[in-house]
Design a protein around this ligand. Structure first.
Ligand SMILES: Nc1c(C(=O)O)ncn1[C@@H]1O[C@H](COP(=O)(O)O)[C@@H](O)[C@H]1O
Length: 159
């Protein structure tokens, strides 16, 4: 069976951030395919990926990039699949550059933008699962269990 989620990132250096999306999907029993694709450095790979994503069977794309982060928006421009953008924390501007370049899309081509860094990547995994869960009752149940376990793990008093 093909993986329903593609996790793409602009560079190998993004993987320590984007692995948080992968770990979340692992926890929820959702298959994914992780790839390095860059609008800047591998433009033809980007075009092939974005044009072929639907045909490959992907349902949701999680795209992470840092700095001048054109990757999520360029993918969104070439596929109708939902694209979730993760602004990777950059060294020079702490990810503000990544955030603004992903979130400020013109009307007509949306990228669902998450928070900067690892929390954003983890939430992208959760959101991808939530999108898939609208047509997958078993996954919806696992998402509810995840929430319940999270709630139960929060102590009432600090130690
Ligand atoms: N923003 C993009 C794109 C893109 O948008 O296509 N391709 C690579 N990059 C970003 O460049 C940063 C530095 O990359 P290196 O660490 O490889 O120099 C990474 O965060 C990557 O996402």
């Amino acid at each position: 069976m093909t993986a329903p989620v593609a996790i793409v990132m602009g560079s190998q250096s993004d993987w320590p951030t984007m692995i948080k999306a992968a770990e979340m999907l692992d926890k929820l029993g959702v298959a994914y395919d992780a790839r390095i694709v860059s609008a800047h450095r591998t433009p033809e790979r980007l075009v092939d990926f974005a044009h072929g994503a639907d045909g490959e069977g992907f349902k949701v794309i999680v795209a992470g990039a840092g700095g001048a982060a054109h990757l999520p928006g360029m993918i969104a421009a070439m596929t109708h699949l939902p694209v979730l953008g993760v602004p990777v924390q950059s060294k020079a501007l702490s990810g503000q550059d990544s955030l603004l370049s992903i979130v400020q899309m013109p009307a007509g081509i949306p990228v669902g933008t998450l928070a900067i860094g690892e929390a954003g990547a983890a939430n992208a995994g959760l959101l991808a699962a939530a999108i898939l869960a609208t047509s997958d009752e078993a996954l919806a149940g696992r998402l509810k269990d995840f929430r319940a376990a999270q709630t139960a793990s929060v102590a009432e008093k600090p130690v």
